[in-house]
Ligand binder design. Sequence first.
Ligand SMILES: NC(=O)c1ccc[n+]([C@@H]2O[C@H](COP(=O)([O-])OP(=O)(O)OC[C@H]3O[C@@H](n4cnc5c(N)ncnc54)[C@H](OP(=O)(O)O)[C@@H]3O)[C@@H](O)[C@H]2O)c1
Length: 373
Amino acid sequence: MNNFILMTGATGFLGGANAVEAIRRGVGARLLFLVRAASPELGLTRIAENLKLLGASAQEVAQITVSQILCGDLGEMENVTQDSRLDQVSTVIHSAALATFSHHPSLEKINVDGTVALGQLMHGRPALKRFMYIGTAMACGDDAAIDGVVSELRDLPLADEDHLVPYTRSKAMGEKKLRETFPDLPLVVVRPSIIVGHTVLGCGPSQSIFWVFMVWQMLGILTTELDEKIDVVPVDWCARGIIELALKDALSHDVFHLSAGVQASKSFHDIDIALAEGRGVAPVGTAYEHISVEEMDRLLPRIRQRIPDCNARLLLRALKLYGGFAGLNYVFRNDNLLAEGIPLPPPVTDYLPLCVRSASHITIGDQMKWDFK
Ligand SMILES: NC(=O)c1ccc[n+]([C@@H]2O[C@H](COP(=O)([O-])OP(=O)(O)OC[C@H]3O[C@@H](n4cnc5c(N)ncnc54)[C@H](OP(=O)(O)O)[C@@H]3O)[C@@H](O)[C@H]2O)c1
């Protein structure tokens, strides 16, 4: 198969890591990028800057040329429909999304309607063999676990009340609409768990979600027990898994969690120690205060005192949301992934100290911007 691999979202965190991994796997020349840009030249510049941020060398970046850029927005696909390159696409890796926990008015438009528009664009094309939708494991809703463990189920809950934030619902809906609207689309759903940092670059490319761990430690609070586990994976490992799945001739399943699972998830206790090592402070340990989301308003003075370089009210709101997710204590099964021969991720504690060092010059207020667009 030497046809194109169409990538969306390659100016973002995971999509950029996917592109770097694809180049390293020797398929850079097969990539075609759907990018928001006024011209292919500007699109290439955006992609190249992001690949550099995600660790690509000048030589690796130079493998991508302007002929591989398709200017387009998921919200307005009319301009690209006639592009003949699309008839040579064998694999789609659809990472583009509005990945935000805020109540953004365009969530539905981009994550649901935009996904269906991409399905419409690619559905029935002569070379298409696989359409990979990058979902999120958290789209399973707030009542999905048996003994804390979430299976790789095809159907996800869609009611507003099943989801802590509209983002996860929109991701579940994107999947569902693709399946319903295009029953013969060769759809493979890949749902990463919580992506934090990069094993080599730390949080240089993105501080998304990392700051939440920092803030929990700086405030000495947790919404869960110290020995509970949290399922976190690094972006470069996710990219390796996604490209491996994309390049396989056949897959045994059509739904995958990209997760640490029971085997490689770490406890908050272990995370506390790794963060403390990176910060050069003592772990909080048993001094962590267990707090419910409902009690959090009283943290405002503590936030203002200990983390003065952020918007305290925005941080409080964020802590309530992330505290809700942490309180679910989910670990995501990854049997389907392991069955494809993809190894487990390194535990987050291996590279958390590096994440701390790589983000030490960035204020918490600025780090939060990655998740509140
Ligand atoms: N980060 C995580 O913890 C995590 C966990 C599980 C799943 N995921 C999933 O992984 C995927 C990537 O997430 P991420 O963290 O890498 O997000 P990100 O850094 O915010 O990147 C989002 C990407 O989507 C593109 N995009 C947004 N709206 C678009 C539109 N209307 N048309 C075309 N492209 C558009 C962005 O392009 P611009 O640069 O033009 O804005 C960017 O390239 C998402 O599907 C997300 O749901 C992420």
